[in-house]
Each structure stands twice: as structure tokens, then as C-alpha cells.
Design a protein around this ligand. Structure first.
Ligand code: PLP
Length: 438
């Protein structure tokens, strides 16, 4: 018997009234599966919310968190520290793209984005280049929900309720080009030239010497799995280099093996100056994010401040929380011990085959994929954009598969421990679901 009411909890990013009319309640999880309150096994096709890369309730992580909470539940992170913070930072730096060796901890992807933006602006200032204050994002970019993130982000729906934001911001166009790239396998062929817009339009308009940073998701996840066209990110990097602009990669989704490589930076062989991550950092168990930077950036802050001065006046009560650090250390070790990023790479051809088989299913107007992520774009129902995507999501849930959807785009991003038979079930269920909705 349910001994609580659904009234008090205002759910985030949720159609609250629809949910409360037919709740989808998860009560436990293990490996590839959730269990719902009716005792049904639900195949996790979305790694929770792109975060449970090693699968659910993994013993080494569970035990590390249990030990930590019993030993040191909390330690203030300002002017104080605890050993696990250093261990977690060191482990993450060792695993990071070579050259990103300094780690600043936060509690989420949104905080990581805002921290990175503040760091970029402050970096130029401590070097005596205080005119560089503008930030360039991209249409259809998602960098969380804080004011910095939504300012550089490019999701109209996330911005329209909050018509105030950072003043010195502009946006590149997105890279989604169905006319030329529909049904691409891996990186789309066309669109590297979209990067030139940075130099040809934005820098011309703004004067490059006023721009602090460009921030992009290497692959836009939340707005529907937009894989970067071949050569696009390299071109962005070159343009930023020519003009002294920092390049920030938001790897909150693409980090930790999702694209069949440890990081998107390595997958595409483009090193950003600043990289943000979260989600998979603790396998989703304890909230945590991180901002990784080149040592030059860190050192500029150290050089500019007096010996006993706080070099970067920023941080959170829960930065480097002991539970999060314990979870991160155990998670990163588990990824390595089980070779999960390599596993994702090995499974990706099979995953790609099965994803593209959905081309034959009703309403499918595009399938795109890379590593263990796929986006399935559906024709919108006339006059009702997003409703078919919602129905497909609900039908899959009914059939025991959890997915994500953004408008009429379904996103598939299972834990990296998935096996081939489970991949078949995942896409097979989606095909069935699509044949049963209107
Ligand atoms: C690329 C990217 N950045 C930032 C965020 C925000 O992360 P959080 O929800 O942990 O604040 C997300 C979340 O999905 C994301 O995908």
C-alpha cells in the first residue's frame, strides 16, 4: 500500500500532471535493469539519465560509499580538505585527455558549466586581458539550467520562461542537417563549414579580442543526439587558437566511454582548454561534477594572487563531498578494471546495425549513432510536435524499456555493460512500440 501522497513533490523537467495521473515509479535497480513498483523488470536504455555507465548498484561503488559515510560524512572544502578529494582529482586527471591536469570539483553538470564560464572570464582577467568577457554557445546546446548555462545554451524552451541571462553572449548555429546527413552512420559527412561561421560572422560582429570562450557539447546529447560533422570540431579549435579564445567542451554526456572512447576529446582528437564532466563520474550514485583545465589556466590564477589570497573565489559547500569522492574513485577504478570504454567500442558496430534497422519502422525520418548512443528522429504528428515522441516513450515503458525523448527524437544510451541480446531487445521493443502508436 502506498503510504505517501504525490502532492508535495514538484517534479523537475516533468509533465507533473501527466505523471501523477499514471506514475512511473522505480523502486530498485541492478545491472541493466530497474524494477518498478509493480515488480516489473525495466531494461535501462538510457543509463538512468546518461549517467549509470557501469550499470546499477555495482558492489565496489556501493561499498565505497557505505564505508565513506560511516567514516567521514562531511568535511568543509573551503580552506580545508580530506584525502579522498586529492585521490579523486588525481585519478580523474590521470584518466583525462592528456594536458587537462587540474581538477575543480562541483556537484552537477550545470554547476560545471557555470564554473567553466566563470573560470574562462576570470582567466583572461588575471592575465590582464579584462576585455574578454563574451561567451559564445551554440543553438541546440545544453549546458544545464543555471543562468550561465541557459545563456550560452540554445534550447528555446529552456530560455523562454527566463528572459534574463548573461548579457554578453552569442550563438553559433547548430550542426543538424538532415537534408544532407540523414541516416549517417557515425560522424556525418557534411557540415565542417558550419564552424567557419565563428570566424566569418560572430568574430566579425563582436571583435575577437572581446571573446573569452566558445562552449560546445562535442556531441549535443539532450537536444537529440547531434553528432558533429567530420572535421567540425577541429575547425572550431583552429579558429579559437587563431584568436586567443578558450574552447570549452561540455563532456557531461560524452565523457566516460559513451562514444566508444574515453572522452569525445580523444574520439575526435581535439583538445579543449577546459572540459566539464559530471554524470558518469560517479556512475550516477552521488551528485558530482568536475571542471578540468590545462595547467596554464590554473597557474595563471596562482601567479596573479598574493600568497595568502584565495585565487579563484568560487566553490560550493558540497564541492569534493567525501561521499562523491569515494564514489568517483570507485567508479573510475571500475571503468578501468572492467575495460568498459573498450567494451563500448567493441559493441558499437552491433549497436549501429540494430539502431539503423529502425529505419524500416513507422515515422522514422532519421537514425544517427556513435559509440553506444543513438538518436531516432520521428516525423512529428501534424500540429502536435513532441506528442509522438512522448507516446513512443510511454509505449516503450509499457513494454519494459526505459528511453529518453526530446520532442520527437528518441535517445538510446544504455549502460556500457549491455550485451548483444539486450541491444536486440532494446531496438526490437522500439520497433514494436513504433508500430503500435499513431
Ligand atoms: C551536456 C550537458 N551539460 C550539462 C548538463 C546538466 O547537468 P546536471 O543536470 O547534472 O546539472 C547536462 C545534463 O543532461 C548535459 O547533458
Amino acid at each position: 500500500m502506498q503510504d505517501y501522497s504525490l502532492d508535495a513533490y514538484w517534479m523537475p523537467f516533468t509533465a507533473n500532471r501527466q505523471f501523477k495521473s499514471a506514475p512511473r515509479m522505480l523502486v530498485s535497480a541492478q545491472g541493466m535493469y530497474f524494477k518498478d513498483d509493480a515488480g516489473r523488470q525495466i531494461l535501462d536504455g538510457s543509463a538512468g539519465l546518461w549517467c549509470v555507465n557501469a550499470g546499477h548498484t555495482r558492489t565496489p561503488i556501493v561499498e565505497a560509499v557505505q564505508r565513506q559515510v560511516a567514516e567521514l560524512d562531511y568535511a568543509p572544502p573551503f580552506q580545508m580538505a580530506h584525502p579522498k578529494a586529492f585521490e579523486a582529482a588525481e585519478r580523474l586527471a590521470e584518466m583525462a585527455p592528456a594536458g587537462l591536469s587540474k581538477v575543480f570539483f562541483v556537484n552537477s553538470g550545470s554547476e560545471a558549466a557555470d564554473t567553466a564560464l566563470k573560470m574562462a572570464v576570470a582567466y583572461h582577467r588575471v592575465r590582464g586581458d579584462a576585455a574578454r568577457v563574451k561567451l559564445i554557445g551554440r543553438e541546440r546546446g545544453y549546458h544545464g539550467v543555471n543562468f550561465g548555462g541557459i545563456s550560452v545554451g540554445g534550447i528555446a524552451g529552456n530560455r523562454k520562461h527566463f528572459p534574463v541571462g548573461l548579457p554578453a553572449v552569442d550563438h553559433l548555429r547548430h550542426t543538424h542537417d538532415l537534408a544532407r546527413n540523414a541516416f549517417s552512420r557515425g560522424e556525418p559527412e557534411y557540415g565542417a563549414e558550419w564552424a567557419d561561421e565563428l570566424e566569418n560572422r560572430i568574430l566579425t560582429l563582436h571583435d575577437p579580442s572581446t571573446i573569452a570562450a566558445v562552449i560546445v557539447e562535442p556531441m549535443a546529447g539532450s537536444t537529440g543526439v547531434l553528432i558533429p560533422p567530420k572535421g567540425y570540431l577541429k575547425r572550431l579549435r583552429e579558429i579559437c587558437d587563431r584568436h586567443g579564445i578558450l574552447l570549452i567542451f561540455d563532456e557531461v554526456i560524452t565523457g566516460f566511454g559513451r562514444l566508444g572512447a574515453d572522452w569525445a576529446a580523444n574520439r575526435f582528437d581535439v583538445l579543449p582548454d577546459i572540459l566539464t564532466c559530471a554524470k558518469g563520474l560517479t556512475n550516477g550514485t552521488v551528485p558530482m561534477g568536475a571542471v578540468l583545465v590545462k595547467p596554464d589556466i590554473h597557474d595563471a590564477f596562482m601567479a596573479a594572487a598574493g600568497e595568502r589570497a584565495i585565487e579563484f573565489p568560487h566553490g560550493y559547500t558540497y564541492s569534493a563531498h567525501p561521499l562523491a569522492c569515494a564514489a568517483a574513485v570507485a567508479t573510475l577504478k571500475l571503468y578501468q578494471d572492467e575495460g568498459l570504454f573498450e567494451r563500448a567500442a567493441r559493441l558499437s558496430p552491433h549497436f549501429e546495425e540494430k539502431a539503423h534497422a529502425l529505419r524500416a519502422a513507422p515515422y522514422v525520418k532519421d537514425v544517427r549513432n556513435l559509440g553506444l548512443v543513438a538518436g531516432i528522429e520521428l516525423e512529428s504528428r501534424p500540429g502536435a510536435p513532441g506528442q509522438r515522441g512522448f507516446d513512443a516513450f510511454l509505449k516503450c515503458w509499457e513494454k519494459g524499456v526505459l528511453l529518453r525523448f526530446t520532442g520527437d527524437i528518441l535517445a538510446v544510451s544504455p549502460p556500457l555493460i549491455i550485451d548483444e541480446a539486450q541491444i536486440d531487445t532494446l531496438f526490437g521493443t522500439m520497433a514494436e512500440a513504433l508500430s503500435e502508436i499513431a
